[in-house]
Ligand binder design. Sequence first.
Ligand SMILES: [Mn+2]
Length: 239
Amino acid sequence: MEIVTVQFNYQGRPNYKLLLQVFKYSVKKYMPNIKLVEYKIKAPEKLPGRPLNFNYNDVKLKIWVDHLKKAKENVIFADCDMLALQSAEHAFNIPFDIAYTARTKLVRIPMNGGIMMARPTQAAINFFDEMYKTNHRMLHNVSFHHKYRVKWAGMNQSAFGYMITERKGIAKIHKYITREWNAVDCDWNHINEKTVFCHYKSKLRKLILKNAPPLGIYKKPMKIWYNMKKEMLERKKNK
Ligand SMILES: [Mn+2]
């Protein structure tokens, strides 16, 4: 198994580097034998009328597909605003080509794309290849994107939504829940011994990057991240 992450080099946001460092440290800590493959993307050209992160997500997905095509091992694709809370190796105890994380509490958006798992099977490659092509089509076709965006949100999530509703059966898909594999807003206050990855997205990411004191629903994941960062910095000092 290997973990693949793509770092976006947003101009003027150097803190993404720290997020990745702490994530990397947590992977080493809990999965000393697992390789973390890092890709760094140069800022793509912004398309008129489309948010820059849509372009990034398009480039990111292409990297995933290309990686999977030559992969020899099972792959966990992870955002870089992530933290491992324990080993993730049991992800592949279940047979599937692709696994995704459905939101524990379905309010509006069905899944979060921060973590996806894939075996390097032809079916998984076909799925991701077509998901990328769909994503690219959505990037340039606002109304096609909109049709899926209203339910699935974002860019890659919309492409995934298309795949899972319109292209059923092209690969064996397994549904995990975010609380165990990719803790997001509905899970942060309920992180437990089964939680493998915590996703430091949106407001939670902003809070930890400005060193805010742990508060409210963000308390648990903030404390966990601060401790991991502290441990990482102490290790570095003692080396
Ligand atoms: Mn993220």
